[in-house]
Design a protein around this ligand. Structure first.
Ligand code: SAM
Length: 275
């Protein structure tokens, strides 16, 4: 299997939309009562869920007239939050077709299909013309991509002059190799974490000026302990990321927490501008 196939195999799920709607129903959500907030525990596939996305919306400052690209958009929770909160248009790009399909179906349920669209494709060879987006963002995507410079150069290419790139990413800490499996990788073959200095240097090399970087690792560890690990330990977990990740979230969740506590991973929120 090549690297891209391994990444898709990591995320692909059969009958994903039906599984999510069924989990919502079991959690007591009526079919006509599905909202962005009801979906958030399962469609925001990153540490600190909707809370982190709302912070990124604030930091990024995208405006209603903007067209934003969401790189590695997953099943679309962040893109829908962004579209709903700001009124801007969002195009998601993701390697995993099953995720794109679910993202479209959930957008239709929430009546956000006019503001969002989802394309299957590789972030290292984006299927977009030069300088078409006002903004771009990523949330928990770069850990699967070894060639950060190529990714950032693609973001640079498709952004308009002075376009803004907002990133919410997992990076390497100073505590050594990480414990596997984790939700983004079962082993080191598709996990490519680099430290903050190298991350910022890659942005500079690709033609971005870093405006701000915030380390949110402590809040991430607290959230993971309180929300994910506690929920997974319950006899019947409530709606959560296990619906997306599968039953091995029981092992992957505690590993993320251990990696955070031992400073093997860190979490940053970063905003950069195309120069
Ligand atoms: C942990 S999920 C995050 C999804 C979403 N950003 C969110 O926060 O809900 C990582 C996503 O990155 C996508 N991905 C990984 N490598 C990619 C690549 N080279 N090009 C496009 N998408 C990629 C995966 O398919 C997966 O949907």
């Amino acid at each position: 299997m090549n690297t891209m196939d391994t990444v898709v195999a990591q995320y692909h799920r059969e009958n994903l939309t039906a599984g999510i709607l069924d989990a919502l129903k079991r959690a007591g959500c009526r079919e006509n009562g599905i909202t962005i907030d009801a979906l958030a525990p399962v469609d925001e596939f990153h540490i600190r869920g909707a809370e982190a996305t709302l912070e990124m919306i604030e930091l990024a400052g995208f405006q209603p007239e903007h067209h934003v690209m969401d790189v590695g958009s997953g099943i679309g929770g962040p893109s829908r939050q962004l579209a709903q909160a700001t009124g801007c248009r969002v195009t998601g790009l993701d390697l995993t077709e099953a995720y794109c399909q679910t993202a479209r179906e959930l957008a239709a349920i929430l009546e956000l299909q006019d503001l969002t669209d989802y394309r299957q494709g590789d972030a290292l060879a984006m299927p977009f013309e030069n300088e078409v987006f006002d903004g771009a963002w990523t949330q928990h995507v770069t850990m699967n991509i070894e060639n950060k410079e190529a990714l950032l150069m693609e973001c640079h290419r498709v952004l308009k002059p002075a376009g803004r790139l907002a990133m919410y990413e997992i990076i390497a800490g100073s505590g050594g190799p990480i414990h596997f499996p984790v939700p983004w990788a079962n082993d080191a073959t598709i996990s490519h974490l680099i430290e903050r200095d190298s991350f910022e240097a890659a942005l500079g090399a690709a033609g971005f000026r870093v405006e701000s970087t915030r380390d949110v690792s402590e809040a991430s560890a607290r959230w993971f302990a309180d929300t994910i690990v506690t929920n997974q330990a319950a006899a019947v977990p409530t709606l959560g990321l296990h619906v997306l990740v599968g039953s091995d979230m029981k092992e992957k969740g505690p590993n993320v927490l251990k990696n955070l506590e031992e400073d093997r991973i860190r979490v940053i929120q970063l905003v950069a501008t195309k120069v």
